[in-house]
Design a protein around this ligand. Structure first.
Ligand SMILES: [Mn+2]
Length: 277
């Protein structure tokens, strides 16, 4: 009797896992080139004392260069820079921005934004000899290594030491990191409680960051209309550089007693309004 029950339970568990797998594949099937590692964990090298998180750059290369200068990134080897994604597209200098980030080598990391996901989709089209829209012509100049950079961008980067998670758009409150859907991680702006899901529509539900319960602290971008967002357990860094406003970073000191709460915002003004909001 006990054995029968046990066998039954194991069979059901296996079925459940099987269906769960199918659901996951279905959910992501329309997104091409999923990363080899969805969630990257970063352990900090001993010499690293500061972390600069950078909001959506969208090809604003000159402003990024200024921000990195202002934050002292070029003259120190104890700072790492983590981008919240959407480093390219819509703005003036996408390829230059990608190259600047890659020049920082192992000092720079980025998560995948909806625009990096779109680049991967266009690269696939380009490989199939399809004609690209004009605003994607820059991707034809990417080297194989630069393409690999896009392919490897994870959906999240966590730093366990600081209990912080970086994601482009957001995380659905109440859902474990491993169960978060790619589409929400790169697109959501709001949390719709009735549906227990994320939405990119800002009239649908509430700002997800305001609903995020912690304990992990989340740093995100993707929401230029709301500019800087500060919550108890989340910070939104997209301050609309693309639209002529500011490029913003958040610098924290690893040795600080309360690094996430005591970080400093550093920003530079956009040189121009490159797109209309
Ligand atoms: Mn975005």
């Amino acid at each position: 009797m006990l054995l029968t029950l046990l066998t039954f339970a194991i069979t059901r568990l296996k079925q459940f896992q099987f269906f769960n797998k199918i659901l996951h594949v279905e959910e992501s099937s329309s997104l091409c080139s999923l990363p080899p590692e969805w969630h990257v964990k970063l352990s900090l090298e001993k010499k690293i004392r500061k972390i600069l998180f950078v909001g959506d750059v969208h090809g604003c290369h000159d402003e990024l260069n200024e921000l990195l200068e202002k934050a002292g990134v070029y003259e120190s080897d104890d700072i790492i820079v983590i981008f919240v994604g959407d480093v390219c597209n819509k703005g003036p200098k996408s390829i230059e921005t990608v190259r600047l980030i890659r020049q920082l080598g192992s000092m720079a990391y980025s998560v995948r934004g909806n625009h990096e996901q779109a680049v991967l989709y266009r690269l696939k089209q380009f490989n199939q000899m399809a004609e690209l829209p004009k605003n994607y012509s820059w991707i034809t100049e990417l080297s194989p290594e630069e393409r690999l950079f896009f392919e490897r961008l994870p959906f999240t980067i966590s730093i366990p030491l600081l209990n912080v998670i970086v994601v482009h758009a957001g995380l659905v409150p109440g859902v474990k990191l491993l169960d978060q859907k790619p589409r929400s991680m790169i697109n959501m702006r709001n949390y719709v409680h009735e549906k227990l899901s994320g939405s990119k529509n800002i009239d649908d539900g509430l700002r997800w960051g305001s609903q995020w319960p912690g304990p992990q602290f989340v740093i995100f971008g993707h929401d230029a209309r709301r500019l800087l967002q500060k919550y108890r357990h989340a910070i939104g860094l997209d301050t609309g550089c693309l639209y002529g406003l500011k490029l913003t970073g958040y610098m924290l000191n690893v040795d600080d007693e309360n690094p996430l709460q005591n970080g400093k915002f550093i920003s530079v003004d956009a040189h121009s309004a490159y797109a209309r909001g």
